[in-house]
Design a binder for this molecule. Sequence first.
Ligand code: FES
Ligand code: FES
Length: 162
Amino acid sequence: MTAMLPKGAAMPIALNVNGEDRITLSDPLTPLVDVLRDALFLTGAKAVCREGICGACTVMMDGKPVMSCLVPVGIAAGHDIRTAEALSGEGEPSPLQRAMLDHDVVQCGMCFPGMMVTLTDFLEHTPEPTREEIKAALVGNICRCTGYERLIDAVLAFAHRD
Ligand code: FES
Ligand code: FES
């Protein structure tokens, strides 16, 4: 007979986050965003809607953007997880982040780490996007305070910086 864990019981779960092996003691059903924030202190991903709608919790899993509020940490085990914290090197903004700063894009910042994960992935696949393509790429990332026009201007400036 297989031993069953009581519902909600914590167990050691091995994760690879931003290239580092990490062990967390968690209920496997805990949303990945909560483990990233509360156990690993990677607070870039934000739990805002918790319904897969706003995109504030976006991280990369095996090279694809996922809503980490919808991914149980037990499912994330053994996969390559990259968070917004991995986007800048040595504490310096990445060139895309620099373009955002130059265009004064961020207000409260709740949406922004998720935006940056989505845009970084998008620009890898679409290095010279049109305004319409950028809008389409951001359909799953909601910004409630700054809006999108300056953000799109920043992405275009980054993409056509040479
Ligand atoms: S918190 Fe995950 S999509 Fe909104
Ligand atoms: S900067 Fe506040 S939600 Fe986007």
